[in-house]
Design a protein around this ligand. Structure first.
Ligand code: SF4
Length: 501
């Protein structure tokens, strides 16, 4: 880190804004990092979506891995938020933190502190890997994690930059760490023998599944792969370091989540074929089995056997649980297009799908299928675009992120939170077809309840019933009726132009 660079970063902080942080990072010699992030995770044509701190994605991946220490290097407020959120989501491991102040940042002592923390943590009896994550300010200041030792006492050291001004979504930050681990593991496998998976190596060729999914889905996918003479490999991001070797040692990679650009690059460097989309619904499963069969050189009769075994069951599950309604879908998980496919095959009308993740070649099959059904797809969707879609479509159900759900419910439109209610159930094969319909139909049936609630709370939190008031409310003149809080018992003065907190 040059003196010029460090000095230029004095005063750079969380509130500096993305452009200033980006300029500082370039001045600190981190242009190559930013260039790579911009290539892997393009933000255009729309602005960066509004999601949680992107570093949460990589932190979550690190915290879910056995024998892996996750260390954050960033501002205390960022680390507080990230550690709070990760424990809110049930992390069972500690979050490491290397704090800094302007002096350690400017003098380069922060890097020494990180190196010391890594040294102290590198206990091979406890850890396979130590992951250090540079947040916004250390990335902007050019804290050079690439100069950390590659390993210490046999413990692998991985340093990544996951700045909010370079990684657009927390989904893509998962890819930043997953790909760094795959790259490291690929290098190890090229050097010589590596650890086998905990349960031993599969006797059949495997298909690695890319992207987090509901735990029953890999099992369901495994059943569909069996007639092809294949089995499921690990799900990436993996839960343990040794699974990375098994993930690389596959016949093909199923990019269930299509935004893992850097991880896909690592698989391709290892010579693995990559297949997009997923076995969702009838058409999706048929096309996916064809694509996986072709990628793994499976004979046509085996592919037909798999289709004959599962497609009728999927059709049967969907016909037993049809969905009748107009639904908008938006989210930041990367599986939005798959969910929309399943909804449409189940009978729903889905005019709009918004996803915070970018368009990639691995979502093309889903995009083309949806567009052929007249669906408008917005990649890198902003909250405003998702809300505008709800306003324009006035759907029977809005599936979306928290603020989209709130926006819909304020208008008496039933809504489901994507992450908690859609991602928390199977999507693939026959199990997915029936399961999604269950939650969606229950929500669609809530319209009357919403109408009752809206009528009951009419006027609450709006106009005179919202805001900050500069004096005690005074009762209105009696109109022969006992005033209640809902009917507006007072006429206070609103303070200032703003309402609420
Ligand atoms: S690290 Fe995350 S919370 Fe902190 S400034 Fe960057 S984006 Fe915001």
């Amino acid at each position: 880190m040059s003196d010029d660079a460090t000095l230029s970063n004095e005063g750079v902080g969380c509130h500096a804004g993305a452009d200033e942080l980006r300029r500082a990072a370039e001045a600190a010699g981190n242009s190559d990092v930013l260039q790579r992030l911009a290539t892997d995770y393009p933000t255009g044509p729309h602005d960066q979506p509004q999601t949680m701190c992107p570093a949460f994605g990589s932190l979550r991946v690190g915290l879910r891995m056995r024998r892996t220490a996750s260390v954050l290097c960033g501002s205390a407020c960022c680390v507080y938020g990230l550690s709070f959120t990760s424990h809110f989501y049930g992390a069972r491991r500690s979050v490491g933190y290397v704090p800094f102040d302007s002096e350690t940042l400017v003098t380069g002592k922060l890097f020494e502190d990180v190196r010391e923390a890594v040294q102290q943590l590198s206990d091979p009896s406890k850890y396979d890997a130590v992951v250090v994550m540079n947040l916004c300010v250390p990335t902007a200041s050019g804290v050079p994690l690439r100069l950390l030792p590659k390993s210490q006492n046999g413990v692998r050291i991985i340093g990544i930059d996951v700045p909010g001004f370079g990684v657009p979504t927390h989904a893509e930050a998962k890819d930043v760490l997953a790909s760094a681990m795959l790259r490291y593991a690929r290098g190890e496998a090229e050097q010589g023998p590596v650890q086998a998976p905990r349960g031993g190596r599969s006797e059949q060729p495997t298909v690695t599944l890319l992207g987090e999914m509901f735990p029953a889905d890999p099992v369901g996918i495994g059943a569909m792969l069996a007639p092809l003479g294949l089995s499921t490999g690990p799900v990436v991001p993996t839960r343990e370091w040794r699974e990375l070797y098994a993930a690389l040692d596959c016949a093909a990679v199923a990019a269930i989540h299509p935004y893992y650009t850097a991880s896909i690059r690592e698989f391709q460097k290892a010579g693995r074929a990559v297949v997009g989309s997923a076995p969702v619904g009838y058409d999706g499963t048929a096309a996916w089995l064809d694509a996986i069969g072709a990628a793994c050189n499976v004979a046509a009769d085996k592919i037909s056997a798999a289709k004959n075994a599962f497609l009728p069951a999927i059709k049967g599950a969907m016909s037993k649980a049809p969905i009748d309604g107009t639904i908008t879908v938006s989210g930041y998980e990367g599986s939005e297009l798959l969910v929309a496919r399943l909804l449409i095959e189940s009978g729903a009308r889905v005019p709009y799908v918004g996803t915070a993740t970018p368009r990639t070649p691995w979502s093309d099959a889903d995009r083309e299928w949806l567009e052929s059904k007249g669906v408008v797809i917005q990649f890198r969707a902003t909250l405003e675009q998702d809300k505008a879609a709800v306003d324009a479509v006035k759907p029977d159900l809005a599936i979306g992120t928290t603020p989209v759900v709130q926006h819909a419910k304020e208008q008496s439109i039933p809504a489901l939170y994507f992450t908690n209610l859609i991602s928390a159930r199977p999507l693939m094969g026959p199990a997915g077809a029936g399961s999604l319909a269950q939650v969606v139909n229950a929500a669609l049936g809530n319209q009357a309840r919403f109408d009752r609630m809206t009528a009951f709370f009419a006027g609450v939190g709006e106009g005179d019933t919202a805001g900050v008031w500069d004096q005690q409310p005074t009762p209105r003149p009696s109109q022969g009726k006992k005033p209640t809080s809902r009917s507006g018992s007072a006429k206070p003065q609103r303070k200032g132009p703003t309402a609420g907190g």
